[in-house]
Design a protein around this ligand. Structure first.
Ligand code: HEC
Length: 111
């Protein structure tokens, strides 16, 4: 997990709250009562809105990116690129028929 294609998400700390299933990154937050919320990554990752979201996040991510994980503008660009990469990988797995059917989205939230 620390060296694979999902390593950035692990090193940056995103995986504390998010599992990135395409890269087989599993969130540390996995209690018995984990409820998963799927992120609307599919629409965001394919359009310009993902850049907007990372630059000006809302909700929980606004707090996360202003207090917990402080990213420079350059690092934010990396974040967007990594999310796009994850989405592209998801598309590829879907096309190949290897995507896990019950986990259609690239990034899912465990909490
Ligand atoms: C403390 C927990 C936490 C951490 C750490 C965290 N996130 Fe999130 N993230 C959330 C929550 C909760 C949401 C759901 C949106 C909300 O409720 O505000 C979210 C939503 C998102 C979304 C999707 C927004 C949408 O509506 O489609 C993206 C993209 C995202 N996070 C990326 C990241 C990235 C990249 C990192 C690492 C730099 C990260 N997150 C770290 C908790 C976290």
């Amino acid at each position: 997990m620390k060296t694979g294609p999902g390593a950035w998400f692990v090193q940056t700390g995103c995986f504390v709250c998010h599992s990135i299933s395409v890269f087989k990154v599993r969130s540390r937050r996995k209690s018995g009562r984990t409820s998963r919320r799927r992120l609307r990554t599919s629409s965001r990752a394919s359009g310009a809105t993902l850049d907007d979201f990372i630059r000006e996040p809302t909700g929980t991510m606004a707090v996360v990116l202003s207090r917990q994980i402080i990213l420079t503008p350059e690092q934010k660009q990396v974040a967007v690129a990594k999310l796009r990469e994850a989405f592209a990988e998801h598309q590829r797995q879907k096309a190949a028929g290897t995507a896990q059917p019950r986990r259609p989205l690239t990034i899912e939230l465990a909490r």
